[in-house]
Design a protein around this ligand. Structure first.
Ligand code: PMP
Length: 459
């Protein structure tokens, strides 16, 4: 059932192409499909298109929908707060009860000692805030040259200029240079494609040692911070090896460099623990959050600031930075209720369990082009390769992951290809065993068909 006639859908697609510039979408692809895929409704882990077709949302939107679609509780608290006080500023010494409650709630949840919380409207703003805090921290100590920020290849930290300068994925910098100065990148850890040619468990964590080398190259008096997604998200759901962040923390402490964790995706349960860094037991000096903080029901982000960093700001007396929508009352109301649902329904434990099941069922498919099935909790990717023995990738121009996604759409999955032939599997944290079985069956059939097309015809 759909509320739209074919003519209306046709017109909507035309209007979309005429008026709407989409973020990070191939306009050529959209033209070749005759317009975008239009989603009009969601329920649980599924969404419905205007044509009335149902899809499992394999990506939880953009890694954000932890509690699933159709939560009327969230709509109700938003309505109530809009009617009571839809907005007041938190600049100039003003506050409101829900901002205070939300700051306290987040401060007590995150793995940091005695943190302060700053609010934003999303991940890019949280990243810019974190980088400004890191630079200001050293500036206030009379070390304005200690301003380099080291990030990693395959990082995604957002697209505002500061965040973009930390991001390092193909295409994102093209046409936008010059970037913000003094951002540097080291190789990201990925055991399956280890750049040092080592095997997991028999290496010296060269990927972590790369940070020490970079700090020595730049000079420790020039480095403000190292920033990392606990598990790389958009770059491919890549989990670093055991011991990686413990070693990173040691190196940061040795050279007096702040450690910043971008928990925009990993925060609020996605990896099977409430925060990603809990897998390594390492506390960051600054932490970015967004997405799962409201499950995306309303835009919101936050930054956790350790006592070490806050003390300097406090003594200085002001943080000259803020967004109109910082601590928006409606966002705070939704976030508090969203976190209550995550806790009440044990969604973090479900993410852990269902993630294990998902990975094991995909491995059981035993398909010749599935190289690596990786992830933590419900933050996962399937790596397609041409040859699993040699871990040789397909010619990227062929776009096998994109082809799988197109077939998966026909099979009822909204499935996104990640760069380098990964497939994103990060459904809402409410997913059940039956849903996972259905998802893996549809995924398997989609990969098999693409595999026949690609491996059946020698390249
Ligand atoms: N950091 C990470 C780890 C992200 O995954 C994202 C978004 N995918 C961002 C930052 C940027 O967030 P936003 O799009 O809300 O600005």
């Amino acid at each position: 059932m759909t509320a739209y006639t074919e003519t209306q859908i046709e017109q909507m697609k035309k209007d979309d192409m005429r008026y709407f510039l989409h973020p990070t979408s191939s306009i050529f692809d959209m033209e070749s499909w005759g317009g975008p895929k239009i989603i009009e409704e969601g329920n649980g882990i599924r969404v419905k298109s205007v044509e009335g077709e149902i899809y499992i949302d394999c990506g939880a939107g953009l890694w954000l929908n932890n509690v699933g679609y159709g939560r009327t509780e969230l709509a109700e608290v938003a309505k109530k707060q809009m009617e009571k006080l839809f907005y007041f500023q938190t600049f100039n010494g003003y506050s409101h009860p829900l901002a205070i409650e939300m700051a306290k709630k987040v401060a007590e949840m995150i793995p940091m000692d005695n943190p302060r919380i700053f609010f934003t409207s999303g991940g890019s703003e949280s990243n810019d805030t974190a980088f400004k805090l890191a630079r200001m921290y050293w500036y206030l100590q009379g070390k304005p040259n200690k301003n380099h920020i080291i990030a990693r290849t395959k990082a995604y930290h957002g697209v505002s200029y500061g965040a973009l300068s930390a991001t390092s994925l193909p295409g994102f910098w093209d046409g936008f240079r010059p970037l913000v100065p003094a951002f540097q990148h080291i190789e990201h850890p990925h055991c399956y494609f280890c750049p040092w040619g080592k095997e997991q468990g028999s290496c010296n964590l060269e990927c972590a040692e790369a940070l020490e080398e970079k700090i020595l190259e730049l000079g420790q008096d020039n480095v403000a911070a190292f920033t990392a997604e606990p598990v790389i998200g958009t770059g491919g759901a890549i989990v670093p090896p055991k011991g990686y962040y413990q070693r990173i923390r040691e190196i940061c402490d040795k050279y007096d460099v702040l450690f910043i964790a971008d928990e925009v995706i990993t925060g609020f349960g996605r990896t099977g623990k409430m925060f990603g860094m809990l897998h390594w037991g390492v506390k960051p000096d600054i932490m970015m959050m967004a997405k799962g903080i409201t499950s995306g029901y309303i835009p919101m982000g936050a930054v956790g600031i350790s006592e070490r960093v806050f003390t300097l700001i406090r003594n200085h007396g002001i943080f000259m930075h803020g967004y109109t929508y910082s601590a928006h009352p409606v966002a705070c109301a939704v976030a508090l209720k969203n976190i209550e649902i995550i806790e009440r329904e044990n969604l973090v434990a479900n993410a852990h369990e269902k993630g294990k099941l998902l990975r094991s069922l995909i491995r059981d498919l035993d398909l010749p082009c599935i190289g690596e099935v990786r992830g933590l909790g419900l933050m996962n990717a399937v790596q397609l390769v041409q040859d699993t023995e040699t871990r040789t990738m397909f010619n990227s121009a062929l776009g096998i992951a994109k082809r799988v996604s197109a077939i998966a759409w026909e099979n009822g999955l909204a499935l996104r290809p990640l760069i380098d032939d990964g497939l994103q599997l990060s459904p809402p944290l409410i997913i059940t065993e039956a849903d996972i079985i259905e998802l893996v069956d549809k995924l398997g059939r989609s990969i098999e068909q693409a595999q026949r097309e690609f491996l059946g015809n020698p390249l």
